[in-house]
Design a protein around this ligand. Structure first.
Ligand code: EPU
Length: 431
């Protein structure tokens, strides 16, 4: 399957994960908060920034647009120059979905923005109609030329009530960013309610924006003339946290995760409880225990926008469900092509019957080590979960995806007792 030089994770499974660790800041909060820096000519500081490829790429984009930055441990000091404008280089735009988040701030600040087709995980069509309709509602003219989006609002944006056809996460963030400097009041109705939206709104309010309702269906933004810088700490990464909880359950481990927000993980915690994992919760800490002889039972799940079960945890959870007793139905309802891990899970011996969007996972199935390849960030995490439970050695290819979204998952798992090592180095520019 993969060329000899391609890096991979070598995992010898069936080691119980045991121990404590503190989770990183959230990838999907870091990117919109970095985009917010484009709205001001004053310095900002972001804290608890995860060390991931997507952050480094976004900082490169900011640099091209006139915003310099320094990474200092898990902090990023952001130094905008007076001039802010231009367009992300096409290869960087194509490297991550969140590159399109420069549109809202640039449009608001300079009355003009353009961006090539944004890339990211290939998990569905991922149209941009919500973003574009929102920009139009705020008074911009928007056109698409050869895959490049160009938006103009020479007289500035003006507030409006806009109903999102779908509560798109990046769509909500882009419109929130744009509306902060629009004239008058904007109401975003059917907005995404993800914790990352709240984190962004808090940063923007620290910068002087007037936003209320973030985290609810309707967000109200009263436009202001200018924004200052801010010192802002990102929320903990609920998807990293969830992935570690799932890995702990799959290995029948005993793990304590700290520095998190358990209220961001209700849907997952509910499902872990349903299958029989014992989870003790405090606001900033979760302890999960699954005894070696405990009987875990099947459950059904549907991925949905927050506060539903996170689509980003669907693949790792599917891997865990191969280890529980009975038939679990997994319904992916956010992205139409986010089941690419199923074929790879079958290579470990998983018994999964495809039924349209809702495959049946039949368990428990003893898995055996396999050579498999991840196709996106979370599919790769799912294969790691499977390899951790499998007998013998596995090789997980496609790990460039992992470094885009997880700061140090392999190191975290090793710290908790997994037998896992990376062989070869990831070419960070081409994954
Ligand atoms: N959609 C539209 N029109 C739009 C935008 C989206 O129809 O204009 C559809 C999409 O096709 C999809 C659904 O809406 O079917 C959800 O897409 P959404 O826009 O909410 O996703 P996103 O904003 O592109 C973010 C995360 C994803 C995460 C989703 C859903 C970032 C950088 N990305 O993507 O994270 O899966 O929200 O929660 O925040 C990941 O971290 O691995 C990842 C893929």
């Amino acid at each position: 399957m993969s060329a000899g030089a391609e890096p991979y994770l070598r995992i010898t499974g069936q080691r119980r994960l045991v121990g404590e660790l503190r989770v990183n800041g959230a990838k999907n909060a870091a990117l919109p908060c970095l985009a917010a820096a484009l709205l001001s000519d004053q310095p900002s500081r972001l804290r608890r920034v995860p060390s991931i490829e997507d952050v480094r790429r976004f900082l490169e984009i900011l640099s091209v647009l006139g915003v310099e930055s320094d990474i200092e441990g898990d902090q990023v000091a952001i130094r905008p120059s007076g001039v802010c404008g231009g367009s992300p280089p096409d290869d960087l735009a194509a490297a991550l979905r969140a590159s399109f988040l420069v549109m809202g701030p640039l449009l608001a600040r300079s009355g003009e923005a353009s961006c090539g087709t944004p890339g990211g995980d290939v998990i569905g069509a991922r149209p941009l109609d919500v973003h574009l309709a929102g920009f139009r509602a705020l008074g911009a003219e928007v056109e698409s030329v050869d895959g490049r989006t160009i938006a103009r609002a020479p007289d500035g944006l003006r507030g409006a009530t806009f109903v999102l056809d779908y509560p798109s996460v990046l769509g909500t963030e882009n419109l929130l960013l744009a509306a902060t400097l629009a004239r008058g009041r904007t109401r975003l109705v059917n907005a995404a309610m993800e914790p990352e939206i709240v984190c962004l709104a808090e940063m923007l309010n620290r910068m002087g924006a007037q936003i209320s309702g973030a985290g609810h269906h309707t967000i109200t933004i009263d436009g202001v003339d200018r924004l200052s810088g801010a010192d802002h700490e990102l929320i903990p990464d609920r998807i990293e946290t969830g992935s570690l909880l799932i890995a702990a359950a799959a290995t029948r481990g005993q793990v304590c995760l700290q520095g998190l927000r358990s209220e961001h993980l209700e849907a997952l915690l509910g499902k872990l409880g349903e299958i029989g994992a014992e989870v003790r919760r405090a606001p900033a800490q979760l302890d999960i225990t699954v005894d070696e002889n405990a009987r875990l039972v099947a459950t059904n799940l549907q991925s949905l926008p927050f506060p539903g079960f996170a689509t980003d945890l669907q693949a790792p959870m599917t891997a865990l469900l191969t280890q529980v007793e009975g038939t679990s139905v997994v319904h992916e309802r956010v992205f139409e092509n986010r089941m690419q891990h199923l074929d790879e899970l079958r290579k470990f011996g998983a018994n999964i019957i495809a039924r349209g969007e809702a495959p049946r996972v039949i368990g428990p199935t003893p898995l055996t080590g396999a050579a498999v390849a991840g196709t996106d960030i979370r599919a790769t995490a799912a294969l790691i979960v499977a390899a951790l439970t499998a007998e013998g050695e596995s090789r997980i290819y496609g790990i460039g995806h992992l470094s885009r979204g997880y700061a140090d998952l392999a190191a975290q798992l090793r710290y908790l007792g997994a037998d896992i090592e990376q062989v070869g180095s990831v070419d960070t520019l081409t994954n």
